[in-house]
Design a protein around this ligand. Structure first.
Ligand code: ZN
Ligand code: MN
Length: 475
């Protein structure tokens, strides 16, 4: 039978606030175990939580960015369950009244744009971490306990594994543009659970779903969904039934395995947290946050294409990440040449970042210096080939392009006399090619240009070399 794949995603996004969601502890990652803790996040008796205002603002930001309605009144609830890394015995979350609801996210898929609707975005706190890989014991680190999360729940609008990863990438791009999270999947700042089911093609009712956890990269999300869909297909084709359960993705084995029977909302005995007042968001706050929203990728790409007269494709590449787009704009401001700047950012800069596994914010050549380099090319002071050499040198020191060109004697030679001398030397040294050229093999021009350029260590003005050569060859 032919089936249709149906996927809904629940994504937990860790916010990059300075302090935790309900206490003043640092939310910083990577500190010595159990040092970012206090009575509140350790759940000591009598300690009372206070909601971090930044968390509310970040939720409103993401809500506005995804077209959600923002609730003027929402409620923090206790989600009760037992786990060793959850010292209170409940997680503070939102249940019946989330802060954001009914939004959507556009993704770009093969056939164009598709809207994935969002059910809700709610505020919650993270649990601590159990550590199983030191000797025989299990250890608990509560530094993460109480770190703020936003949970983003989609409708089951996703139909392929590719759409699932496109959705995640889009969400990641948005939280990074908003500056509310680093969006790093491998480090767990973005954690994705997928609800997967199949239904016969044309059916309107959903099939029984399973929930997959523990997919920590875009590729793993795709693989896990494909594996799970195949597993369902086999069971259904053999007349079996799908058991609703939670399954763990094992990236090494490339398979999912049963983790626990599916829990239902009523199992958690949700109720409003009596320690916390309702979250009130007034129109003034919404307008203030709306005002602070950044220019989003699609809008920025359109502006780049228009304002800088660069191809739409280039504008798209340059705006995938906010920091890259900022870097590009600053480079253009200094260099005054948008097309050349875009070529450099998309070429040498991105290639280097990829090779060295760097983020652009870690890159040692700041836009001021790259802009200076691009300007030198535009002014004819150096050729593109020499510029690449200068770029290499710039990576290992902080000097400007102009300083390096000066110090290394790399300035382009535009001196007619000097170039003419070399042209004559090259023609004298290659009588055979010269005769062939004059006999009609004009393609040999490239050969002569190459010889001259290499004799002059790439520093000759290529345009002048061309002109002077043609004069001699044809004359
Ligand atoms: Zn604390
Ligand atoms: Mn959750």
């Amino acid at each position: 039978m032919k089936y249709e794949l149906v996927v809904g995603l629940e994504v937990h996004c860790q916010l990059n606030t300075v302090s935790k969601a309900f206490c003043g502890c640092s939310a910083q990652f990577g500190k010595h175990a159990n040092t970012n803790v206090c009575p509140v996040c350790l759940a000591l008796p009598g300690a009372l939580p206070v909601l971090n205002r930044r968390v509310v603002e970040d939720a409103v930001k993401l809500g506005l960015a995804t077209g959600c309605s923002i609730a003027s009144h929402s409620v923090l609830a206790r989600k009760n369950y037992f786990y060793p890394d959850l010292p209170k015995g409940y997680q503070i979350s939102q249940f019946e009244e989330p802060i954001c609801s009914e939004g959507n996210l556009h993704i770009d898929v093969g056939e164009g744009r598709k809207d994935i609707r969002l059910i809700r975005i709610h505020i919650e706190e993270d649990a601590g971490k159990s550590i199983h890989d030191i000797g025989e014991e299990t250890y608990i680190d509560l530094n993460r306990s109480g770190v703020p999360l936003l949970e983003i729940v989609s409708y089951p609008d996703i139909r392929t594994s590719k759409e699932a990863s496109a959705y995640l990438q889009k969400l990641r791009q948005i939280v990074k543009y908003l500056g509310i999270s680093d969006g790093n999947m491998e480090e767990g700042s973005l954690r994705c659970d997928a609800n997967v089911s199949l239904r016969p093609e044309g059916a309107t009712e959903y099939g029984t779903r399973t929930e997959i956890k523990n997919m920590n990269s875009f590729k793993n999300v795709e693989k896990a969904i494909e594996y799970e869909a195949e597993r369902h297909r086999e069971i259904l084709d053999n007349g079996g039934v799908i058991i609703q359960e939670t399954r763990l993705w094992d990236a090494d084995k490339g398979e999912t395995r049963s983790m626990r029977g599916k829990e239902f909302a009523h199992d958690y005995r949700y109720f409003p947290d009596p320690d916390l007042v309702p979250v009130l968001v007034d129109q003034e706050m919404i307008e203030r946050v709306r005002h602070e929203l950044p220019e989003f990728p699609e809008v920025r790409a359109l502006r780049f294409a228009e304002e800088y007269a660069i191809p739409v494709y280039d504008a798209g590449v340059l705006t995938v990440e906010r920091e890259v787009a900022d870097y590009f704009e600053e480079t253009v401001r200094i260099s005054g040449d948008a097309k050349a700047s875009s070529n450099w950012v998309m070429g040498e800069v991105m290639r280097t970042l990829k090779e060295k596994y760097l983020d652009i914010v870690e890159f040692s050549i700041l836009p001021e210096r790259l802009g200076g380099l691009v300007r030198l090319i535009g002014e004819g002071a150096i050729s593109n080939t020499i510029a690449k050499q200068v770029f290499e040198i710039m990576m290992s020191e902080q000097a400007t392009a102009a300083e390096i060109v000066e110090r290394e004697g790399l300035a382009q030679v535009s001196d007619t006399g000097a170039i003419e001398t070399v042209v004559q030397e090259i023609l004298d040294a290659n009588p055979g090619q010269l005769a062939a050229y004059r006999g009609g093999k004009t393609k040999l021009l490239g050969f002569f240009v190459g010889q001259c350029m290499s004799r002059m260590k790439g520093k000759a003005n290529p345009q002048m070399v061309n002109e002077l050569l043609l004069k001699r060859l044809d004359g």
